[in-house]
Write a protein that binds this ligand. Structure first.
Ligand code: GLN
Length: 484
């Protein structure tokens, strides 16, 4: 049951082969059996899940079900869930019960998807390995000594181990695509503004975007369609109709122009991952695509620009955690300043403090022009690189991550190497474009992903291009042996 696609699950529910309660119980049991090895869930919402499943069964019985009704889902713990703890991987919010639900959560509830629980993540989504979580690292189901990627590491591990059929994630610099790549999943980060950020705890507001991690493009298309859409409560939400992503999956790829940026195949790329990407591109040629070498000349500036802009925005966003309004408050403060300082000092982890300090510095008088303003100018150059490329090609392809899953602890003392995990993903967020990662092969038994980058609002095209690959390959159907 846990290896079925969402369309197959939907058919089984509609035909009465299984009820939503049985399906939800099946996944809850798998979580109980397997999650102690993975640490992918921080909260399991068994009662809520079963009650939503009972409601879904009623809708199915009375012919009022939609395609997702009755299929369970798990949410990254960055999305506020009414009445359920939303901790965002931080001690700061360990005691925070959200009084309302994020738009994404509401939409998926309305679609009839029972919530299995909340997924582990890097603290405030800052990380590439899930090692910065207050709740401890998540293990990669393909090799328990390795990281699942981050920051949506819990989402990736849970779906890869078949503890949930699909999960939400967020991507500020690669946090959906990189863990999808490291865990052998299909993950999509839509265009900035496509999915509402309301109720999604802010890290870097101009870069954050919600998306989904699942097994296939067809599964992601269904759930993304239910999540996307204009939301008046998010001032950066785009008022534009959400296309039917499932309807365009079957378009043939004859004549598709694929751009390969030469900067994405540099010496930093692991040779095994490079081979996987080359083979995938060959596959696309056999599907009728034309491959063109392109250049994104400012690629090398993406990581440095991001590590000014993202910390700047996070230093501002995280100022709300002051021990007064919500979350952690230190014991017996001497005075107000002592309370602010100790509450923040005791409840934020090292990586978060690091970023707040860098961001505050970059925004301070005298340094603003030299760092923040400069980074914003670089951001425009990066965006222009993509604009130029899309005059020539329909889609850009390359590796998602330069390496496969690394060992837990391996990069912990080497922030530069950790930050470079996102070297191929970060520019996409700076430009606000949609990006995807799809499983394209294994390197010494570990998954490697192919990245697809589209022009603004072309997530439908990306899903179509990914789906066509998945019609002729079976990498997306492989599962880690211990969790089959
Ligand atoms: N790894 C990047 C960072 O630590 C991106 C994180 C993300 O996309 N949320 O900032």
């Amino acid at each position: 049951m846990h290896n079925k696609s969402l369309a197959e699950l939907s058919a089984s529910l509609q035909s009465g082969e299984i009820s939503s309660v049985e399906l939800t119980q099946h996944f809850l049991e798998r979580i109980k059996r397997h999650d102690s090895a993975l640490n992918s869930f921080v909260t399991v919402t068994e009662e809520q899940a079963l009650s939503a499943a009972r409601q879904a069964d009623q809708l199915i019985a009375t012919g009022q079900a939609g395609q997702l009704t009755g299929i369970p889902i798990a949410q990254k713990d960055i999305f506020c869930t009414e009445g359920i703890r939303t901790a965002c991987g931080s001690k700061m919010l360990d005691n925070f019960i959200s009084p309302y639900s994020a738009t994404v959560v509401e939409k998926l509830d309305t679609a009839g998807m029972p919530l299995l629980g909340k997924l582990n993540m890097d603290e405030f989504a800052m990380g590439s390995s899930n090692e910065t979580s207050f709740y401890g690292p998540v293990k990669n189901p393909w090799d328990l000594e390795r990281v699942p990627g981050g920051s949506s590491g819990g989402s990736a591990a849970a779906v890869a181990a078949r503890l949930a059929p699909i999960a939400t994630g967020t991507d500020t610099g690669g946090s959906i695509r990189q863990p999808a790549s490291l865990c052998g999943l299909t993950g999509i980060k839509p265009t900035y503004g496509r999915v509402s950020r309301w109720g999604m705890i802010a890290f870097a507001s101009s870069l954050d975007q919600a998306g989904v991690l699942g097994h296939s493009a067809a599964d992601c298309a269904l759930v993304l369609g239910a999540m996307a859409g204009f939301d008046a409560k998010d001032s950066t939400s785009i008022d534009r109709e959400t296309p039917d992503y499932s309807a365009s999956l079957s378009t043939p790829l004859e004549g598709l122009k694929i751009g390969l940026p030469k900067e994405y195949f540099d010496e930093g790329l692991d040779s095994g991952v490079g081979k996987v990407v080359d083979t995938a591109i060959e596959r696309y040629r056999t599907l009728g695509a034309e491959v063109i070498e392109i250049s994104l000349p400012n690629t090398h500036l993406a990581v440095p620009a991001y590590y000014v802009i993202a910390p700047a925005e996070c230093s501002s966003n995280l100022s709300r955690f002051d021990g007064v309004r919500y979350g952690y408050r230190c014991k017996d403060p001497k005075d107000l300043t002592d309370m602010y300082e100790r509450s923040r000092g005791e409840a934020f982890g090292a990586e978060v403090k690091n970023r707040i300090m860098i961001g505050t510095y970059a925004l301070s008088a005298g340094y603003y022009d030299a760092y923040y303003l400069k980074a914003q100018k670089v951001r425009r150059l990066i965006s222009d690189d993509f604009k130029r490329a899309f005059e020539q090609v329909d889609v850009i392809m390359g590796p998602t991550s330069p390496v496969t899953a690394f060992k837990i602890g391996e990069k912990a003392d080497d922030p530069i190497s950790m930050y470079l995990s996102d070297i191929y993903t970060i520019a996409v967020n700076l430009a606000g474009l949609p990006g995807m990662s799809i499983p394209a092969g294994l390197v010494e038994g570990l998954p490697a992903g192919l990245q697809l980058i589209g022009n603004a609002f072309e997530e439908g095209k990306l899903l179509n291009i990914a789906h066509q690959f998945q019609q002729v390959t079976d990498w997306h159907l492989q599962s880690p042996a211990a969790f089959a």
